[in-house]
Design a protein around this ligand. Structure first.
Ligand code: TPP
Ligand code: MG
Length: 334
């Protein structure tokens, strides 16, 4: 059967819209569950939730193809789920168990998947940006048409290494998309207080890099911008900068007292701009899905998330001997 076309969104099929809903909901419910497990003391260390920002990664993954790479910061669970990593392995890593992606030794900020081309999970602000340029360099060197998505925040965007990476990426024409997830805050610091030039993507002009600002609460806008950036990079005309305007609903991490913004500000964003509600309403008003269809998806997601939590609680802790493994990589292994 030919895909039904949405009336409001001519370039997207009902199937794709439904997939966006499902993928964003998986991230949201997974993160809510992680928040609960953290509250129960089952997750230790830091835990940075992605709730509110789901459309960024889901929209960009819709523009990616097999072989493309991604690297990001510590706010990384959404990126892992969106590129197809197993929720069980991600949740079990959060609880520090053997079944986790880093065998329980990395935790929330340090997970990787060779299979899904996910290169972390990095706790040092902005350190992933030059790494992303390096990943793109390896693809250019090998002569394939893969691109790398290097995600970082508005706070990270003020770091010097970002601009060194920009310069080299442009000189070498690297197929890297620098994705600035501008959620308006770096821990408790508003972008209004941290820079006098709040249009981060425009800084690329100093290095000759193209870019644009994107509405990060609209998954369709993110996908469209992602496609343009990807095409530019695949055609050998990269790099590219996407500044995606988004918002995190939860604190910076689970231990954030959130005194730097009002409850009303957060509530307004949730009520008026929520990316999942936006797609839900497109599906319903366009008659691409019924309430029952969406309920069935909600149920399916709930089951996947509960299963991941169960696995994360029951998978054993890593054996003591694991302290001595995975410290050095064999040459040529990467
Ligand atoms: C080099 C370095 N400096 C400081 C920190 C502490 N720190 C962790 S997250 C963060 C804020 C980063 O904000 P942003 O880049 O906007 O990302 P977001 O948390 O909003 O996703 C800071 C200062 C760190 N981890 N690394
Ligand atoms: Mg930020």
């Amino acid at each position: 059967m030919a895909p039904r076309k949405s009336t409001k969104t001519p370039n997207v099929s009902a199937e794709e819209l439904t997939a966006f809903y499902r993928d964003m909901l998986l991230i949201r419910r997974f993160e809510e569950k992680a928040g609960q497990l953290y509250g129960m003391g089952l997750i230790g260390g830091f835990c940075h939730l992605y709730i509110g920002q789901e459309a960024v990664v889901v929209g960009l993954e819709a523009a990616a193809k097999e072989g493309d790479k991604r690297v990001t910061s510590y706010r990384d669970h959404g990126h892992m789920l969106a590129c197809g990593m197993d929720p069980k392995g991600v949740m079990a890593e959060l609880t520090g168990r053997e079944g986790g992606y880093s065998k329980g030794k990395g935790g929330s900020m340090h997970m990787f998947s060779k299979e899904k081309h996910f290169y972390g999970g990095h706790g040092i602000v902005a350190a992933q940006v030059p790494l992303g340029a390096g990943l793109a360099f390896s693809d250019k060197y090998k002569g394939n048409d893969n691109v790398t998505f290097a995600y970082f925040g508005d706070g990270a965007a003020n770091q010097g290494q970002v601009y060194e990476a920009y310069n080299m990426a442009e000189i070498w024409n690297l197929p890297v998309i620098f994705v600035i997830e501008n959620n308006q805050y770096a821990m408790g610091t508003s972008t209004k207080r941290s820079t006098h030039s709040p249009s981060y993507w425009e800084r690329g002009a100093a290095y000759g890099i193209k870019g644009e600002e994107v509405d990060g609460m609209d998954v369709l806008a993110v996908k469209a911008a992602g496609q343009k950036a990807v095409e530019t990079c695949r055609a050998g005309k990269g790099p590219y900068i996407l500044e995606i305007k988004t918002y995190r609903y939860r604190g910076h991490s689970m231990s954030d007292p959130a005194k730097y913004r009002t409850r009303e500000e957060v509530q307004k964003m949730r009520d008026e701009r929520d990316p999942i509600e936006n797609v839900r309403s497109l599906l319903l008003t366009g008659k691409h899905a019924s309430e029952e269809d969406l309920k069935a998806i909600d149920k399916e997601i709930k089951e996947i998330v509960n299963e991941s939590a169960e696995f994360a609680k029951t998978s054993p802790e890593p054996a003591l001997e694991e302290l001595w493994t995975d410290i050095y990589a064999q040459a040529g292994e990467a």
